[in-house]
Design a binder for this molecule. Sequence first.
Ligand code: NAD
Length: 335
Amino acid sequence: MKIVVFSTKSYDREFLSAAAKPLGHELTFLEPRLTSETVQLANDHQAVCVFVNDQLDAAVLRSLAEQGVRVVALRCAGFNNVDLPTAREVGIKVVRVPAYSPHAVAEHTAGLILTLNRKIHRAYARVRDGNFYLGGLLGFDLSGRTVGVIGTGQIGTVFAKIMSGFGCRLLGYDEYPNAKCRELGMEYCDLTKLFAESDIISLHCPLTPQTHHLINAQSIAGMKDGVMIINTSRGAVIDTQAVVEGLKSGKIGHLGLDVYEEEADFFFEDLSNEVIPDDTLSRLLTFPNVIITGHQAFFTREALQCIAETTLQNIADIDRVGSSKNEVAGDHSQP
Ligand code: NAD
């Protein structure tokens, strides 16, 4: 198939080109994001390959269908950026990579926790400046602390295993509890209990209408004083303004974000010579107890190779047999 790849970075080109060879796909690499302004660039292709911040709203999908596009291939797990009912209506199949390396995201999540707790980012800068003073670097033992995991699918399960290795008590919230987490000793409970008893709350659920702003002023009020919140799922699961207020009051002791609800305009780009026009993001960057990474949790060699191979196989399956095991159903209910 002729496939146009939007939001291309050098690493996408490297891994997708290698995976395309055995399948015989023809790839066109484009740097712009897919939006209503760039959608015409898909002309003359049967498939578009997109990432987390490409826009696949109704207007874009209709335009893609008019141009003859039959497949939208997400090179990620989440599909919150696709208007699925419209895709179905215009006959475009949507495929994704449901699992690549849950270890990549879970390990990054643990990295954020360790860095925030033991202030490794601050120690690094301090020691390089010849300052070996320990004041301000005090952390806490993870052993014995309670970790609340919201969403215990593939990533949440690997994360729970890692935290169980540190000797943490595990609380979980998920409509579909899983046996592996229970074997680790996880206690499933409602959100009220999870918020009230967790020292660390980590988000591993998809972004859906039900999880939009799940972390908000009211839920923060029900959390422990000094709670650590980690979000490596999708930005809008957190009401960022509410979290800023929680940090200002001291209610939230640590915040680790790999995603941000307005990330589409900033993440994956080098803006080091520009002024960030987003006041909320700028405010977050001023807190000493906040770490933000730019949606890099997935970014390991193993994950990129698996994403490239699965994405292109998904398209080949649609081309050859008309369906793929990784097709996204027309609603948000599938795990
Ligand atoms: P998964 O589908 O295996 O697991 C998601 C779990 O969330 C499921 O068990 C599901 O039942 C549960 N869930 C659904 N709605 C829920 C709700 N309202 N409350 C609580 N739980 C709910 O997905 P996964 O592979 O573990 O990925 C989880 C999320 O992580 C993805 O949806 C994606 O948004 C995010 N992600 C981020 C990165 C990154 O680089 N930061 C990479 C991959 C995935």
